[in-house]
Design a protein. Structure first.
Length: 592
């Protein structure tokens, strides 16, 4: 940096402040001594410590109140990263790309980093330095650093020096600051490397807001604004034949994140001189993004287009691959936690015959009770009890003595009464909650999850650790219910419980369960494709970020000659919803 013009760098630790080169040298020494530092980057602050110092990483977990969620890492160069993870040549190119995403790569057995960095994980997330300050800092260190978001308590990462000094003081031992203002917060992008390709999990710094071409047939759509979902929110502008998908916003239930969401909506409107002719929102009436859209529609008089959650997931994948408006319908398999269904129910394991103009529900996971609503999303034992109750009735515990000791520590009696009376236990066809139930049966996150998706992530890791071998799916049923066929997983439970009782290997059970889910949804998709003489299937939704499940499902579909589209550059999770809403709204407007 120019010594006259800046930006100026300083390091603050307690009452001691150093400037310039002395600041950098002091920060390096503090890291070597086990300190946790708040470091100002380009789009926000990071909390950084020596990744090889187990005590420092444990302190960071305790102070940030993040007991188990994996930490991201920053390595000085590829040679350093290769000591800890396997880096194929193409993945090295992705790491070295100017976008510099965090890339999830398979751990080496001799990885040399403490387990506390990423407990119970098969991958580590690494990025290379993407700013000169990061590079200078890591040049002075022999080991990678933890580089996690500079925030606490679910707040967005800090962007302002004073804000960081105030909010991060309980976590950081020192602050490496500069006077170059961060005008707009942008998180690190996250991708997974698998099967020789990148799979985007969080699209932000380096990728957003790079425009995407609207699919053929939708180029003439008017200016539109799609407001996305409530979790992993992004929004999307349509302008002059392009879709402009925002960076990752996060959980809108957090007040600061919602403020940031509104700030970015205004910023994008100014930057792109954008005045929407229509608004697109999720059909869920209680999403904050939906409520904001409804409020803006009333204020401005523009029409509002409600888009079903899983239809948006499928449309996002189609748009990513440039599927034309007149390309005809596809069979979409959309697996996630929960989305608002057209029948007012809670959907989450859906097979839809869909195009941009509309959809028909042709298959679904058999719905099961969700006892306690949102509590069931945090406490897997509730989902396990609900699935067993659904399978065996009120006397389910007589069929599951192997689980009696675990359930003894829970208020299961009250939950059984809730299920019997059908109180506070809405039905949901949620694939995510089925994964939670099986994870709980295997003793994974039985009482509670510590971060979103923990049970399913650990179940995937366990299943992937078992060789494919000669394993068959568990029993399941396909049950026609009018025009919709249900994938009924209830027949798997007697066999799974018997395997648990005789001490079968947990990894084998986990893999067999993955095979069962893949077989059930593949059967629904194949049946629907044959009935309508379609050849294209789309795989989407947050559950299909599980690469083992996606691979097993894809293999079954391709084995019968079906073509499969999956997400790559747009997240399969709710980070892609806004793009799907945008192209569906475009088709709606052009059809009027």
């Amino acid at each position: 940096a120019c010594p006259a013009c800046g930006p100026r760098l300083w390091f603050r630790q307690g009452d001691r402040i150093e400037h310039g080169d002395e600041a950098l040298g002091r920060a390096v020494e503090a890291l070597k001594q086990g300190a946790i530092l708040a470091v100002k980057g380009i789009g926000g602050f990071h909390l950084i410590c020596d990744a090889g110092d187990e005590a420092a990483v444990a302190r960071l977990r305790a102070r940030k109140q993040r007991p188990a969620k994996p930490f991201a890492l920053m390595g000085r160069d590829l040679a350093q990263i290769r000591r800890h993870v396997h880096v194929p040549a193409e993945a090295a190119e992705l790491l070295g790309d100017p976008a510099a995403p965090i890339v999830l790569l398979d751990k080496r057995e001799d990885r040399g980093l403490p387990e506390v960095v990423a407990p119970d994980q098969a991958c580590l997330g690494f990025m290379l330095p993407y700013s000169p300050l990061h590079r200078l800092l890591l040049d002075g260190l022999e080991r990678p650093v933890i580089a996690t978001s500079g925030n606490v308590g679910g707040l967005p990462p800090c962007t302002d020096n004073d804000q960081a000094l105030r909010q991060l003081a309980p976590v950081a031992d020192g602050f490496l600051l500069h006077d170059r203002a961060i005008l707009n917060r942008v998180d690190d992008s996250v991708a997974r490397w698998h099967r020789g390709r990148m799979w985007m999990l969080r699209r932000a710094r380096g990728y957003a807001p790079a425009p995407l071409p609207m699919p053929p047939g939708l180029e003439a759509a008017p200016d539109l604004l799609a407001l996305g979902g409530e979790l992993k929110n992004t929004f999307c502008l349509v302008k002059q034949g392009r879709a402009i998908l925002s960076q990752h916003m996060g959980d809108l239930k957090n007040a600061e994140t919602f403020d940031d969401f509104r700030h970015n909506l205004s910023l994008y409107a100014r930057l792109y001189a954008h005045r929407p002719r229509a608004l697109a929102v999720d059909r869920h009436p209680d999403y904050l993004s939906t409520r904001l859209g409804q409020s803006r529609a009333l204020e401005t008089g523009v029409p509002i287009i409600e888009v079903q959650h899983h239809h948006a997931h499928i449309a996002a994948c189609l748009a990513e691959h440039g599927w034309p408006l007149d390309g005809g319908p596809v069979i979409g398999v959309a697996l996630d936690g929960i989305g608002h269904g057209d029948d007012g129910g809670l959907w989450g394991g859906e097979v839809l015959r869909a195009d941009y103009r509309g959809f028909t529900r042709v298959g679904t996971l058999r719905p099961a009770p969700l006892p306690g609503g949102e509590q069931a999303m945090r406490q897997p034992w509730r989902n396990l009890a609900a699935r067993l109750f659904d399978g065996f009735g009120e006397h389910w515990r007589e069929q599951a003595p192997v689980l009696a000791e675990r359930f003894a520590a829970t208020p299961v009696e009250a939950l059984v009464r809730m299920l019997a009376r059908r109180q506070h236990a809405p039905l949901a066809s949620s694939t995510g909650r089925l994964f939670d139930a099986v994870a709980a049966a295997l003793g994974i996150c039985f009482e509670r999850i510590r971060y979103e998706g923990e049970a399913a992530i650990r179940l995937e890791h366990l299943a992937a650790s078992h060789p494919a071998g000669d394993i068959e799916p568990y029993p399941y049923a396909l049950s026609p219910q009018g025009d919709v066929t249900e994938f009924d997983p209830r027949p798997l439970w007697p066999v799974l419980l018997e395997e648990l009782a005789r001490g079968a290997e947990a990894a084998r059970i986990a893999r067999r369960f993955h095979l069962t889910v893949a077989a059930g949804f593949a059967a629904l998709a194949i049946e629907a494709a044959r009935k309508d003489r379609l050849s294209q299937v789309v795989l989407t939704g947050g559950v299909l970020q599980n690469r083992l499940l996606a691979d097993l499902l894809r293999a079954r579909l391709e084995a019968v000659g079906l073509s499969v589209l999956e997400h790559q550059t747009i997240p399969a999770n709710d980070g892609g919803l806004a793009l799907g809403q945008a192209v569906i709204a475009a088709a709606t407007c052009l059809n009027e």
